[in-house]
Structure formats: structure tokens, C-alpha cells
Design a protein around this ligand. Structure first.
Ligand code: ADP
Length: 376
């Protein structure tokens, strides 16, 4: 097992594309860190740098404290699992599992022991004499995992390993992978564009955008305390509502949130005195769909017009456009319990919990995180 340190890594491809900018991250021994971000953000590049399949332009990469920039792939003791399982089609499951061990000239008895161990760990026992084409997608994925595991690598690298599976199977195999990695305690980097996958699997989640690390934190912290507007909008489904707004101090000393023509008096959390310092600054306001409620008659709220409603059975996702804002007026999504009938064009009031607001500055960084301030 091993720790991994990325230290100020840059990657510029021949031709001049810079894919990675000053990337620094330490992964602890036995930790599972999910790398997540939109397509093209540089996730696979990082994995390929780690595997030794690409050269590092600047910075130092360490495995267990030792610089490995110049170490060839086969000497890094890593195993990769990809989305295309790359099993040998003409070999049985057993032969597929044995293959990497035979390549290493291990004694027969040791090969037998390791294949037995992996077959047991992944419940592959009954599949050992089958060919890959006689397996379901999920079973093939398990064999691919097994073939990586049987080598007893110090580090697992997984690159979108579930993306060929249907939704239901993804959830099942995701749980199996999580359990397996817990049991084996192998340090793992898990690359995915799917934030839900990253959040359910990762001990920590490293969010990337355009070649830069945006934030790395345990899932709950990432969700509750996003460092910037990118992370806020990327983590969570449906995503956080983000729209322009302004804080204004009232003559009586209160604080109002201005959204276009509407003004909302904020019932401030106790710790919110410093919010006043952002008065009159153009801000991005963030509120998660589960923190919007239908307004009680007479209560403070935002007037909006129903655009659409998604009835999911246990909840309704209400899409409503804020009234009186410059076009294109932002559409808010509110997550409401149960089935609530709405008509398109219907006027609704939404109440916003000031204790749950996120406010971001012009540079996108979080200025105010009400949840954190209330908890403090
Ligand atoms: P992701 O895995 O997050 O989708 P990649 O690491 O594949 O992102 O790509 C990051 C950036 O590097 C993209 O802009 C991509 O076009 C570029 N890139 C990837 N591989 C190469 C390559 N071999 N040569 C030049 N540019 C590349």
C-alpha cells in the first residue's frame, strides 16, 4: 500500500495544450480519492501521469515519498481498471485472472492461491470456466477488477470503470467496489465525471475544472461548504440554484437581498454581522433546491412563475422563473416533498432560508456560507 503526492504538477502536451496547472494533492495510504470534473478537465491526464503513461512537464510526483517522475510504468506497482474491460476474449475467466501472474513467473501454487482469493473476494467462483462473452456487463466488470486486484498492487487507478453499465447496475457495482476497496484498503484514485459516483465512493472528492484543482474535501463538506461557485454548481443533483443578486443595508439597519426588482428582507443568522460588508457588491447567490419552500401566506419570499414541474413520486421538482429580473430571468428549482400539482404560468411564492444561503464574489470564490456560519 502507498501514499501519493502530487506536488505542483504541470502537464503541457506536445503541441502546447496545457492540460494540468499547478496541481498539488496528497492521497493517504489506503485512502480512496475520487477525481471528478466535466469532460476535458484533465482527470485522465492526471491518471496517465500517475501511471507513467505520460511525462510530467513540471513538478514532482511521489509514491510512498519517493519521486517517480522518471520511473517506468511497470515499476510503479499500480493497477488500472478502465471502462472497456479489455479482457482477453478467447480466455476463460480463470485464465484471464492467471495471466498477469504468469507474466510475472509466479509459482503455480501461488497463482492458484491468489486466483482463489480474488474469486472468493469478488464472488467469481461459478464464473471461472466461462468466456467473457458468456458474462453480463457487471460480471465482466468484476472480472476486470479481479484481474487488477490479483496482482496485489499498491495503488488502484480506476478510470470511469462503470460508464458502460446501465443505471441500475452502476449503482449495484458501485456499492460492490466501495465495499471491496474498504476491505482491501488499497489506495485508490477513482476518476469519474459523475458527481454522484464521486460522492458515494470517495473518502474525499477532488473537484477539477479546466486543469485546476478547485477543492478537495470529504463529500459532506464539499456539499455544504463549496469553496467556489464552480464546485457549488457541480456537486449536487439537481444542482444548486445560482443567480445574480445584491445585499442592501436598509435605513433601519436590516439587510435585504435584491433580486432584480424584488427585495427580500433576510432574517439574519446571529453570526451574520459581517455580511454587511458585502452590501452593494454584485454577488452570485446560491441556494440548494431542498432549501427553497413554498411561501406561507404573508411571509417573506420571492415571487416566481411556474415553468415546469417534475413529479417523481416521493418529491416534486418545481421549476419557476423569478419575476421582475432582466431576461433571461433565472429559473429556480425547488425540491418539494410528495406530489404537488402545479400549472404552467401559475404564480408562486418561494421562501428562502437565510441560514442556507451561499454568496459568491465576482471572482467566483465563496464570500458567505450561511450553513457554516450558523454551525460555527
Ligand atoms: P478528462 O479526462 O477530464 O476528460 P483529459 O485529461 O482527457 O480530460 O484532457 C484534458 C485536456 O488535455 C483536454 O483539453 C484534452 O483535449 C487535452 N489532451 C488530452 N490528451 C491529449 C494529447 N494526447 N495531446 C494533446 N492534448 C491532449
Amino acid at each position: 500500500m502507498a501514499s501519493i503526492d502530487f506536488e505542483h504538477i504541470d502537464k503541457i502536451y506536445p503541441g502546447g495544450t496545457q492540460a494540468i496547472f499547478d496541481y498539488s494533492l496528497s492521497v493517504g495510504d489506503g485512502e480512496l480519492v475520487a477525481f471528478v470534473g466535466p469532460s476535458g478537465c484533465g482527470k485522465s491526464t492526471l491518471l496517465r501521469l500517475l501511471a507513467g503513461l505520460e511525462t510530467i512537464t513540471r513538478g514532482t510526483l511521489r509514491i510512498d515519498g519517493q519521486p517517480v517522475n522518471a520511473l517506468p510504468p511497470q515499476r510503479r506497482n499500480l493497477a488500472m481498471v478502465f471502462q472497456d474491460y479489455a479482457l482477453y476474449p478467447h480466455m476463460t475467466v480463470r485464465r484471464n485472472l492467471e495471466f498477469p501472474l504468469k507474466m510475472r513467473d509466479l509459482p503455480e501454487a501461488e497463482i492458484k492461491r491468489l486466483v482463489g482469493w480474488v474469486a472468493e473476494l469478488l464472488s467469481l467462483g461459478e464464473l471461472l470456466e466461462r468466456l467473457p462473452k458468456q458474462l453480463s456487463g457487471g460480471q465482466r466488470q468484476r472480472v476486470a477488477m479481479g484481474r487488477a486486484l490479483v496482482r496485489q498492487p499498491a495503488v488502484f487507478l480506476m478510470d470511469e470503470p462503470l460508464s458502460n453499465l446501465d443505471a441500475r447496475l452502476r449503482v449495484q457495482i458501485r456499492a460492490e467496489i466501495g465495499e471491496l476497496l474498504d476491505r482491501t484498503g488499497i489506495t485508490t484514485i477513482y476518476v469519474t465525471h459523475d458527481q454522484a459516483e464521486a460522492m458515494t465512493l470517495g473518502d474525499r472528492v477532488a473537484v477539477m475544472d479546466r486543469g485546476r484543482l478547485q477543492q478537495v474535501a470529504p463529500p459532506q463538506e464539499l456539499y455544504e461548504r463549496p469553496a467556489n461557485v464552480f464546485v457549488a454548481g457541480f456537486i449536487g443533483n439537481p444542482p444548486m440554484n445560482l443567480f445574480p443578486g445584491r445585499l442592501v443595508t436598509t435605513p433601519a439597519g436590516g439587510l435585504n437581498l435584491h433580486l432584480g426588482e424584488q427585495s427580500l428582507a433576510l432574517a439574519l443568522p446571529d453570526a451574520a454581522e459581517r455580511w454587511r460588508s458585502w452590501s452593494e457588491t454584485a454577488l452570485t447567490v446560491g441556494i440548494r433546491p431542498e432549501h427553497l419552500r413554498l411561501r406561507d401566506p404573508g411571509a417573506e419570499g420571492v415571487r416566481a412563475t411556474v415553468v415546469d414541474a417534475e413529479y417523481l413520486g416521493h418529491e416534486t421538482l418545481l421549476h419557476a422563473r423569478i419575476d421582475g429580473m432582466a431576461a433571461p430571468a433565472p429559473v429556480l428549482v425547488a425540491r418539494l416533498a410528495g406530489i404537488r400539482p402545479f400549472d404552467k404560468g401559475q404564480a408562486v411564492g418561494l421562501s428562502v432560508d437565510a441560514n442556507r444561503l451561499h454568496l459568491f464574489g465576482a471572482d467566483g470564490l465563496t464570500l458567505i456560507n450561511a450553513t457554516a456560519e450558523v454551525a460555527a
